[in-house]
Structures are given as structure tokens and as C-alpha cells.
Design a protein around this ligand. Sequence first.
Ligand code: ZN
Ligand code: ZN
Length: 136
Amino acid sequence: MALTGECFCGEVKYEITGPLVDPVSCHCSRCRKAFSSQASNYARVESGNLKWIAGEEKLTSYVGKHGFGLVFCSTCGSTLCGTIDQSIHGVVLGCLNEEPELEEFHHIFVDSKASWEVLPTGVTKFSEGRQPTDRR
Ligand SMILES: [Zn+2]
Ligand SMILES: [Zn+2]
């Protein structure tokens, strides 16, 4: 079953046909700024498995110095997906419309969390990245 997602204003919509892989919430200070939140919320998708259904012309992006980019709705500012070398690498979980089935959801860099954040209990936490396959 396809998952769908959209930005806050609803002008940009997408559909994902493949699995969401390595779901992660990263609590480092860079992710707090990149995701405008207490942590990132993100899972990888095969680039061919995410299809824009509406509003693709509204997309804008920012590529950081390590080549990892983020794609936003230029109207409302929602962060929709991540890119590596201009190709879709993953999706921001917060913009999904459905509740995805996520296996092995990891919270990483929890030692860097904001002082005001209270971490959830009963989740898998890592002080830093997950080893040896840290793919933030
Ligand atoms: Zn929008
Ligand atoms: Zn991070």
C-alpha cells in the first residue's frame, strides 16, 4: 500500500511505494536546526519510490556543505525530504499522512539533546550515531 505525504499548506503532495528504511530521530544540534524541531524524524527511501503528485514546482532546496540537502515547500516551509547529490535519499516522517510501519526506530545522538527535551522511554537510544552503519 502506498504511503502519502504533504506539506503544511497542502500544495505539495507525494506518494511513496517502497519501504521506509532505517527510521531515525537524531537529537544533535545540527538536526534541531535543520528540522526546526527537538530532533530529526527521517527514514530512507529509494529515490525512484517517491513520486511528487502535486506542487513539485513549489519545491525549493538547500544543500549543506557535506552534500546532504533538504527539500522544502516554498510556500509554507515544511521540510519534505532529504537528498544526496540531487537525488532523493529519504523522507521526513512528520509530513506523512498515514501511520507508517517502522521497524527498528532509533534515537541517535541523545547525549546532544536540548536541555529542554525529555526523551521518550521504551525506545532504542544511542549516545552518538549507530555503529557501524550510521547514516545520518
Ligand atoms: Zn506547503
Ligand atoms: Zn543529527
